[in-house]
Design a protein around this ligand. Structure first.
Ligand SMILES: Nc1ncnc2c1ncn2[C@@H]1O[C@H](COP(=O)(O)OP(=O)(O)OP(=O)(O)O)[C@@H](O)[C@H]1O
Ligand SMILES: [Mg+2]
Length: 266
């Protein structure tokens, strides 16, 4: 009789974070954090308030320069060092993010907000904007098309002409995801995407994150909702007082006494 042998998942390290440290004056917000991100995984970073999770994201995306340590992305089969680059350069290398405190252009429409994200991928310079030519017009049409595609993907296709600040909180978070996706990232970083969402919206968010993963995007997620984290993560890194105290599968992390004491127990 034919028995199917389970296929081992092929593992490829996409991002290597080595001994990353960030100090602000006398305060060490992140200390010696190392981990590897496997291609197409969902990696969650969890830990109590002030543990250094957002600071870690800010270093990965070039908003803060690390005080020490290395961030290396595998891009087209070659290692590419990210520390020292500016955030728009890191975005062009394939890392896109959303923010814990939503950052949208409030007075712009939903569609315009995503088009702004897409401009990272187009070649239009300032002159092309001031004196639109045929090429610029075609690119603009493509930008609109791509933006519409992303909005449809996150479920906002019927709200494209609404001003961003008129959206519900959950929709604003989804709009931020669409804007990040418009840059065609290889790695998407989500900082507390479920914050402020009701249970129905959280359920939809889980579906959306899984669909993003299915398109081949690798995801790093900061989240306090443990139901969501344990449901969706392939791998979890736990931080406390700036340091990594544990990492592993949801099963491993859930049972770890130090994690229970520092975070889950509460
Ligand atoms: N720009 C900054 N200047 C000074 N201190 C900062 C700065 N950014 C963060 N910190 C400090 O670094 C520490 C870690 O903050 P961070 O925002 O990374 O925590 P977090 O894990 O994201 O917390 P939360 O779950 O509440 O979002 C905190 O003590 C914070 O006050
Ligand atoms: Mg944070």
């Amino acid at each position: 009789m034919f028995t199917e042998v389970p296929q081992a998942k092929s593992v490829m390290t996409l991002l290597t974070v080595q001994k990353l440290t960030k100090t602000f004056g006398g305060l060490t917000a992140v200390k010696d954090i190392s981990f590897e991100l496997e291609k197409n995984d969902i990696l969650s970073v969890i830990g109590p308030n002030g543990a250094g999770k957002t600071t870690l994201f800010n270093m990965l995306t070039g908003i803060y320069q690390p005080t020490e340590g290395q961030i290396v992305l595998q891009k087209d089969g070659k290692p590419c060092t990210l520390q020292g680059l500016k955030s728009h350069q890191i975005n062009q290398k394939g890392l896109a993010r959303t923010f814990q405190n939503i950052r949208l252009f409030n007075k712009m429409t939903v569609l315009e907000n995503v088009m702004v994200g897409r401009h990272v991928r187009t070649n239009n310079g300032l002159w092309a904007i001031l004196i639109p030519n045929q090429k610029a017009r075609i690119e603009e049409e493509e930008t609109i098309e791509q933006a519409m595609e992303k909005l449809e993907f996150v479920g906002l296709a019927d709200k494209v002409f609404i001003q961003a600040d008129s959206l519900s909180y959950g929709d604003q978070r989804r709009l931020e995801i669409a804007r990040a996706l418009a840059t065609d990232p290889t790695i998407l970083l989500l900082d507390e995407p479920a914050a402020g969402m009701n249970p129905q919206e959280k359920k939809q968010l889980i579906g959306l994150i899984r669909r993003i993963q299915e398109t081949g995007v690798t995801i790093i997620l900061i989240e306090h909702d443990m139901g969501l984290v344990m449901n969706i993560s392939d791998h979890i890194v736990v931080m406390n007082f700036g340091q990594k105290i544990c990492e592993g599968t949801p099963e491993v992390v859930r049972e770890n006494p130090e994690v229970i004491k520092a975070y889950l127990g509460a």
